[in-house]
Design a protein around this ligand. Structure first.
Ligand code: SF4
Length: 508
């Protein structure tokens, strides 16, 4: 597999910041700048960016969390989640790890994020630290509105193409550009093997929608789906190490009539499958009726719920309607039940929502879901972006991130059109890193503005390499600049040598 992780091409190196607890050593990207103001950046690439790291997909990644989990089980017994520890007032090594990671070198006592703050946010249900004990390869990270806005990249094969190797390559490609979590949404053949390869080789939490595999097990026949098949699938994926599950437990029989009157009906795959199952069987959603059993299972592994929005609006005309908000209220009830079992939970959100209707989504989610982190798909602020839906969704993502959403699910240029390829993944991830970073700036996340300040100084000083290396896509920025101009220029080809405004300013 091609090694795409060479930091030396970005004027950067991998460094580790040690914590006070055993084994806590947080990898960061150190960018060396021409003005000597070296900067530490959040890094999602795990050991891949270590100078001498040899990629071996058959061996997999080192197990950085294994000892922590084993020692905890020996001391406190099994069935204990990060939420349980937080509620006991205990700071785990994972909590110290994410505090260091979030600070990105900021050590101002007034603004820095502390392990105590991480613990308290988890205890209050306002943040989660996804940590399936069977996924020791994943580096700890936190999702919550007091922390950096995170982004998820979806990968996965479909019945129409792509191999296991391609999917692992896509996962690594997504983390290279900054994906904080990866969801494996495979629906085609070899689901189990594909997921295994992704889990063993990806240093970020992995999410799935277990319904997809459950449906494959009954050959795609919704009428043959049963709670037993679904539960077996959950056990299989818990054992493999999936860190969070999208579970569409909030869509109920009473919501379906309103959804069927919409312009685009039900656009969530999981939501449409459950709605069809309920209509065939004339029974309530088995994910809702068996919810406490799911909690008991997830608690054993510390798998988090990502409560699915099966009724998210699929177009502007359907935004914020009765079906969507009816389901959101149920998701709030389910969040309280999962907390009762010490299971961590986030809530999924829309979808297609015009800008003036986004705030209502955030306000209702905070109120009805009691502060549980919100995880939204965009939202897309218009329906007519075909070929450019990474942009329609990043606009909504930046807005809702600013208002309090904790994680954004990326959308690629191919949304609504086709399965994304590698270049689509890169563009989608970078676009959403920008949306998330814009939200971090607006929320005043400590440390977020430093990168912008250094970029601006580099721009004014015409330090081109520093400008490239401080961007989210140094390779692209470098290529674009040099397409029309040689190195060492005191201007760029946009205004040209005689009209460079910054050059003129400096001469005043
Ligand atoms: S030429 Fe124009 S765009 Fe380029 S650096 Fe100067 S002011 Fe900026």
């Amino acid at each position: 597999m091609e090694n795409v992780f060479d930091l030396s091409k970005e004027g950067a190196s991998k460094i580790y910041v040690k914590g006070t607890m055993p084994g806590v050593s947080v990898g960061m990207k150190k960018v060396s700048l021409g003005n000597k103001n070296d900067i530490l950046l959040y890094d999602t690439t795990g050991p891949y960016t270590e100078e001498k790291y040899q990629i071996n997909v058959h061996k997999g990644l080192p197990h950085i969390k294994k000892t922590w989990a084993e020692e905890r089980i020996a001391k406190y017994g099994s069935n204990k989640t990060q939420l349980w520890f937080a509620r006991q007032g205990i700071i785990t090594p994972e909590m110290e790890y994410v505090a260091i990671r979030e600070n990105q070198g900021n050590n101002d006592p007034e603004t820095m994020i502390t392990p105590e703050m991480v613990r308290d946010e988890i205890a209050a249900g306002r943040a989660i630290l996804p940590s399936n004990m069977k996924h020791p390869e994943a580096e700890p990270m936190i999702i919550g509105n007091k922390f950096l806005v995170k982004i998820n990249a979806n990968i996965g094969n479909s019945a129409l193409g792509s191999s296991i190797e391609e999917e692992v390559e896509k996962a690594l490609w997504a983390i290279k550009w900054g994906a904080d979590t990866v969801m494996d949404l495979s629906t085609g053949k070899d689901i189990h093997k594909t997921r295994e390869a992704i889990l063993r080789n990806t240093p970020v939490p992995i999410g799935t929608v277990p319904m997809y595999q459950a449906l494959e097990k009954v050959n795609g026949r919704v009428e043959d789906l049963t709670w037993e098949v679904y539960y077996d699938t959950l056990v299989e994926q818990c054992e493999q190490g999936v860190d969070y599950f999208t579970i569409h437990a909030g869509i109920l029989q009473e919501h379906v009539p309103a959804a069927l009157k919409r312009v685009t009906g039900i656009v969530s795959r999981g939501g449409s499958i459950m709605a069809k199952w309920m209509s065939i069987n004339k029974k309530e959603n088995f994910l809702y009726t068996h919810f406490e059993e799911i909690c008991e299972l997830l608690k054993r592994y510390d798998v988090a719920f990502s409560l699915g929005d099966g009724l998210r609006p699929g177009c502007i005309a359907d935004a914020n309607d009765e079906a969507q908000f009816g389901e959101l209220k149920v998701l709030g009830e389910l969040a309280e039940i999962s907390w009762k079992h010490d299971v961590q939970v986030i809530i999924e959100g829309p979808g297609h929502v015009p800008m003036h209707m986004i705030r209502e989504n955030m306000e209702k989610q905070i109120e009805w879901c009691h502060g549980a982190p919100f995880y939204t798909l965009g939202p897309l602020v218009s329906d007519i972006g075909a070929g450019y839906d990474h942009i329609t969704s990043a606009i909504g993502g930046a807005m809702i991130g600013w208002m309090g959403t904790s994680m954004l699910c990326y959308v690629t240029t191919k949304e609504h059109l086709a399965l994304p390829n590698k270049e689509d993944v890169r563009e989608g991830v970078v676009t959403f890193k920008l949306a998330a970073h814009a939200a971090d700036l607006a929320k005043g996340h400590p440390g977020a503005a430093n990168r912008d300040l250094e970029m601006s100084k580099a721009r004014y000083d015409m330090r081109w390499n520093d400008q490239f290396n401080l961007s989210f896509d140094p390779e692209r920025a470098r290529r674009m600049h040099f397409e029309m101009i040689g190195s060492g220029a005191d201007h760029c080809s946009m205004c040209g040598p005689h009209f460079c405004a910054m050059k003129i300013t400096k001469s005043i």
